[in-house]
Design a protein. Structure first.
Length: 143
């Protein structure tokens, strides 16, 4: 279901082959293939690495908070490319229970709340190729 939603809401991610592989309360993981995502010097294009990490904030928001009341948006992302990405990639991010409770309470009280989310992007050998620190917002629908 999450992959169908991703395909309809972010067609570019679908075209890249991004797949949600795990999605549960406070945790999300996604993969992207190397095929079709290379750049001019034979590694995965930076924008593809960014995308597979950035979508995690939305996935976590949708699986953790009441999607009939709130929607997620991204406000800022910083990415560090730390190694060449030459294989399928997997991005992972998580929020702990204390952070989830804070976000939920503040969103209920104010109608929106900012939160930070860090993601790690690894290659097929488990080597970190990129890290992100994102500022996301959970916002009440209609606000």
């Amino acid at each position: 279901m999450m992959n169908a939603t991703l395909g309809s809401t972010i067609p570019t991610a679908k075209n890249m082959g991004v797949q949600v592989v795990e999605a549960r309360r406070g945790y999300a993981a996604a993969t992207v293939p190397v095929e079709g995502n290379g750049n001019h010097f034979g590694v995965i294009y930076a924008g593809v690495q960014f995308t597979v990490a950035e979508i995690l904030g939305g996935i976590i928001s949708l699986t953790t908070f009441d999607s009939s009341k709130y929607f997620p948006l991204v406000k800022n992302i910083d990415i560090s490319f730390v190694a060449m990405a030459k294989s399928e990639l997997r991005a992972e991010a998580s929020l702990d229970d204390e952070t989830i409770a804070r976000i939920d309470a503040e969103a209920a009280d104010r109608g929106k709340v900012d939160f930070e989310l860090e993601a790690t992007v690894v290659d097929a050998d488990g080597k970190t190729v990129a890290t992100t620190r994102g500022l996301y917002q959970l916002r009440a629908i209609g606000k």
